[in-house]
Design a protein around this ligand. Structure first.
Ligand code: BTN
Length: 241
């Protein structure tokens, strides 16, 4: 692959977790270049809050690795915008939206999640996208979906990854220069939560209000009792009206 940004794509049939493999490679100290780790299946895929991330064959499981970089937390929002653009590139009418801070939803079901972590002065952005799975585990069927389940179309995973990397590379300079400022309008157009009544759980507290988009720093803005509040993180967000 000719990429200015990513010097290497490391493919694996099966691995515990692409995020963990990225950390191991960084620990060995043998790479100063940005690289991508991608696996057909993960035996111990990791989701947010250390939850298990089911990663069977058919999904796209990969990590972008940037040694010696210190992106701020909006890199997750930037990555979700790029992933959203990638899906729309193939399915221009797809009802896909970005759920703050790190999910892509297809209608009301989760299609993809992102887990960004810092390790050894590096930023690792792990992305999990349900693509060609014909079924998901029973306990996820009500809340998650795949591109195949929605469209009955099988995608070429390598090409999908290349398209994602192409959009990432095309937009990263703008992100580095202006953070998410110039992506806010795009986000607003596809904001899953915007205008909805939501419940936010954070550190065992619960807040109820109306979602009002994201700030220029990437916080979720919520109108609570006629006042705008800014959330930098949340444990769980549910739409309640
Ligand atoms: C979430 O909880 O929504 C985030 C899920 C992130 C899953 C991806 S799959 C590729 C990378 N490797 C992992 O172990 N996790 C991330």
């Amino acid at each position: 692959m000719k990429s200015f940004l990513f010097k290497e794509i490391k493919y694996y049939e099966k691995i515990d977790s692409t995020n963990l493999e990225a950390k191991r490679i960084l620990n060995k100290g043998c790479s100063n270049n940005n690289f991508v780790v991608v696996a057909k299946t993960q035996t111990s895929g990791i989701g947010r809050f250390n939850r298990k991330w089911v990663s069977e064959k058919g999904g796209l499981w990969f990590s972008l690795v940037f040694p010696d970089t210190d992106f701020n937390s909006t890199i997750t929002i930037f990555s979700s915008i790029i992933l959203h653009k990638t899906i729309l590139n193939y399915f221009s009418e797809a009802p896909v939206a970005i759920k703050w801070p790190n999910d892509i939803f297809w209608n009301d079901k989760k299609l993809a999640g992102i887990l960004s972590v810092k390790s050894e002065n590096a930023t690792i952005i792990g992305l999990g996208v349900n693509i060609n799975q014909k079924r998901l585990p029973e306990d996820l069927m009500n809340t998650a979906t795949s591109v195949y389940i929605e469209t009955k179309i099988t995608m070429n995973l390598k090409n999908t990854l290349k398209t994602f990397l192409y959009f990432f590379e095309k937009n990263i300079t703008e992100y580095i220069n202006e953070d998410i400022m110039s992506f806010r309008q795009y986000y607003k157009n596809y904001d899953y939560l915007y205008g909805k009544k939501i419940s936010i759980s954070l550190s065992e507290k619960n807040f109820i209000g109306q979602a009002a988009g994201i700030s220029k720093r990437g916080e979720l803005m919520v109108i609570i009792d006629n006042e705008k509040k800014y959330f930098i993180s949340a444990d769980k967000i549910d739409i309640i009206g």
